[in-house]
Design a protein around this ligand. Structure first.
Ligand code: COA
Ligand code: NAP
Length: 265
């Protein structure tokens, strides 16, 4: 299970900045990076939530406030992290917004809001951090989602935004290739998160989601955190431009269309 696999001190001397790291999956990533020795700064819009997250992480973590849609604000937060800890080695772009709505139930501003947080926010975070990175060997990770590849009703904003995020990952991997590795993590449905509280708010929807996953269960925050550690570690030194599906096989196909629970003859 998650968290059993990395040696203590693996990330000693590293500095990590996690945009959207004040709750959920990204907070889990921040905690795991800190446990393994990295100095960590997390950032969200709400300063009180950021302070609480930093206290929860411990290890001298910093809680910063910025809206990723505002380039100057995210740049200032990155500079604050550098002032505290020196250059940056690991930057995670994980801030996102989501809600269920059909295209006809969504204003132009509703669509734009999610595209701005997820896609523009990922660009801003990565664009703003480049000259603060410890080169060579820096690791950038964007948190994307299955909606990037798999169209989904009620999710036109997230599908468009995360598809763009995947191309930001691949384009920057090419442009920054010699010095910076740029990868993505695409989580499946993760238990106990705000994202799934919004996308599967009742037991029937949850069961339907589970049934479509080959492993027949939702993932844990720690399983995404482990993927982030791997991508930030020397074990991933030749991996860039990759999008790692950490989704119990959800992206392979729809396991729910046939009942495989009785085994296949
Ligand atoms: N259905 C349709 N439209 C919605 C909506 C919904 N459920 N929720 C918000 N909107 C619309 C608003 O009406 C507004 O459009 P309008 O100006 O035409 O009325 C637009 O989206 C922006 O809403 P606002 O509340 O001003 O945005 P915000 O920037 O304050 O918050 C959200 C962004 C809406 C994404 C908010 O849900 C949020 O902060 N989410 C962060 C947490 C999260 O989503 N976690 C899951 C990550 S996967
Ligand atoms: P979450 O708990 O709601 O976390 C979102 C984080 O982003 C919070 O720290 C939030 O803090 C911050 N944030 C939101 N809007 C921001 C903005 N404009 N500027 C700066 N920070 C902002 O979400 P989650 O469910 O754990 O999801 C985390 C990531 O995983 C997202 O990228 C999501 O798309 C992806 N993902 C999640 C799932 C899942 O199962 N949950 C599945 C696939 C992909 P503030 O509110 O204080 O700003």
């Amino acid at each position: 299970m998650a968290g059993q696999t990395f040696r203590d001190g693996l990330l000693d001397g590293k500095v990590a900045f996690i945009a959207g790291g004040t709750s959920g999956i990204n907070l889990g990533i921040a905690k795991r990076l800190a446990e393994l020795g990295a100095k960590v700064a997390v950032c969200g819009r709400d300063p009180d939530k950021a302070a609480r997250a930093a206290a929860e992480i411990g290890h001298d973590a910093r809680g910063l406030s910025a809206d990723v849609r505002d380039f100057a604000a995210i740049r200032a937060a990155l500079e604050t992290a550098v002032d505290a800890f020196g250059k940056l080695d690991i930057v995670v772009a994980g801030a996102a917004g989501n809600f269920l709505a059909p295209a006809l139930g969504m204003s132009a501003n509703a669509f734009k809001t999610v595209v701005d947080i997820d896609l523009l926010g990922t660009f801003n975070t990565f664009r703003a951090c480049h000259d603060l990175l410890n080169l060579p060997g820096a690791s950038l990770i964007a948190i994307t989602a299955g909606q990037a590849e798999q169209a989904m009703a009620m999710q036109i904003h997230a599908c468009a935004a995360k598809a763009g995020v995947n191309q930001v990952i691949r384009t920057l991997a090419i442009e920054w290739g010699p010095d910076v590795r740029v990868n993505g993590i695409s989580p499946g449905p993760i238990d106990g998160t705000e994202g799934m509280a919004r996308l599967a708010p009742d037991p029937v929807t949850r069961a339907a989601h589970e049934n479509r996953i080959p492993t027949k269960r939702w993932g844990e925050v720690g399983e995404i955190a482990d993927a982030a550690v791997f991508l930030s570690s020397p074990a991933a030194s030749y991996i860039t431009g990759a999008i790692l599906n950490v989704d119990g096989g959800s992206s392979v196909g729809d396991a729910g269309r046939m009942d495989t629970s009785k085994g296949l003859a």
